[in-house]
Design a protein around this ligand. Structure first.
Ligand SMILES: [Zn+2]
Length: 169
């Protein structure tokens, strides 16, 4: 089932998420819903807090559904390595209509549980490294705006405030 994607400003997007503690049928359903919601958006990543669930869980799929092997589900992820620097345009399904150049590591190694509860380690370079870091930020209560210089962030926040006042956010 597709779920509504919450927008920047919602408390659940600001709070650090809690650990996943067991692969219940409800959690499997949540993962299915996250994948469906990400693909429908369309987007290349979605974290559980974005649909209102404060758990350390995200899905990433650079192929947006075209290549099943590109789909990665990670619970309780942690970075094992982070190297280098890339600066590319980035957006977020919870901050629709806004993009900015965000500094990110060029290469990461991340470890977490897949949906069968097995520990998996993935290497991400370039866009995949960016996606992993972006989704990890969501689990820590951050969105890409928090990675911008204060002035750039303030300008975007101001425009969002205006949209909110008009009931368009
Ligand atoms: Zn995002």
């Amino acid at each position: 089932m597709r779920r509504p994607i919450l927008r920047y400003g919602e408390a659940v997007l600001r709070d650090p998420a809690g650990p996943v503690t067991g692969w219940t049928p409800e959690l499997q359903q949540l993962v299915d819903d996250m994948i469906e919601t990400m693909h429908a958006a369309p987007g290349i990543g979605l974290a559980a807090p974005q649909i209102g669930v404060g758990l350390r869980l995200f899905v990433v799929d650079l192929s947006v559904g075209r290549d099943p092997s590109a789909l990665k589900v990670l619970a309780n992820p942690e970075f094992v390595e982070r190297h280098g620097l890339q600066c590319e345009e980035e957006g977020c399904l919870s901050v629709p209509g806004f993009n900015a150049t965000v500094p990110r590591p060029q290469r990461v190694v991340i470890r977490g549980e897949d949906r069968d509860g097995r520990i998996q380690t993935y290497e991400g370079v370039g866009l995949l490294a960016r996606a992993f870091q972006h989704e990890m930020d969501h689990l820590d209560g951050r969105v890409f705006l928090h990675r911008l210089k204060p002035l750039r962030r303030m300008l975007i926040e101001r425009r969002i405030t205006r949209l909110r006042r008009r009931g368009r956010w």
